[in-house]
Design a protein around this ligand. Structure first.
Ligand code: GAR
Length: 240
């Protein structure tokens, strides 16, 4: 054990940086649809870029393709149909019980199209992440790529945030920005944003795994970040 750690430190030094030791965080992924973000997380784990283990994939939709992705990788799945429960709270309690039963520490919402009740938020306070296909706090809710286009913004993007009791409102962990072009359709913009979702969601989970995220009021402080004072995006560019 000690020898293995020593070897890892030596390896990290050889690559010129100190690797932050991270444990494998037990996560549960909740989804309602295709699960491309789930796939990005599975792939990041396989590529040793993400120190997490997916203990459970849960869907409220039996036909969600994300369930097939999970089964293809031997990951445990559960289907809980919210319509079978008398209230949002009863459904959420059943989800929480399942997550706890599988030893889940961090809940990852990946296209889970349900609002969470306080029952859920309190059970996993600051341990629920969500990804949203807009630069929050702009464009919360649904059909946000269309809303961004209709508004005429020059940049769009995606946000990973901790979930609180308000919809798409919790402390922001990471965001990625993409340009919006004059000939964009809702689909082309959504695809550009989705590509970045697949980059930032595994990254956000890895920061959690490394113990580098600290929630302070509305802000998430990230240990060990480098500042780039010159970083700027201008659209249309200053010079063409
Ligand atoms: C993603 O674009 C995600 O940001 C969005 O649903 C999609 C799920 O795609 N989530 C929300 O809009 C939540 N407010 P996926 O099933 O392919 O990961």
């Amino acid at each position: 054990m000690l020898l293995a750690k020593f070897a890892e430190v030596l390896k990290a030094r050889r690559f010129g940086r100190k690797k932050i030791m991270a444990r494998k965080v037990p996560i549960g992924v909740l989804l309602s649809g295709g699960g491309t973000n789930l796939q990005a997380i599975i792939d990041a784990i396989a590529a040793h870029k993400l120190d997490a283990k997916i203990e459970l994939v849960l869907s409220n939709k039996a036909d969600a393709f994300g369930l097939t992705r999970a089964r293809n990788h031997g990951i445990a799945t559960e289907i809980l149909d919210h319509k079978a429960y008398p209230s949002r709270e009863a459904f959420d309690q059943a989800v929480v019980d399942l997550l706890r039963g599988h030893g889940v520490e961090l809940v990852v919402l990946a296209g889970f199209m349900r609002l969470l009740s306080p029952v859920f938020i309190k059970a996993y306070s600051n341990r629920i992440m969500n990804i949203h296909p807009a630069l929050l706090p702009s464009f919360p809710g649904l059909h946000v790529q269309k809303k961004a286009l209709d508004h005429g913004v020059r940049f769009a993007g995606c946000t990973v945030h901790f979930v609180n009791e308000e919809c798409d409102e919790g402390p922001i962990i990471i965001q990625a920005v993409v340009p919006v072009f004059p000939d964009d359709s809702e689909d082309s913009l959504a695809a550009r944003i989705l590509t970045q979702e697949h980059q930032i969601y595994p990254r956000a989970i890895q920061l959690y795994a490394e113990g580098r995220l600290h929630v302070s009021g509305r802000r998430v402080l990230v240990d060990g970040l480098n500042k780039d004072e010159g970083a700027v995006l201008v659209q249309p560019p200053l010079q063409s």
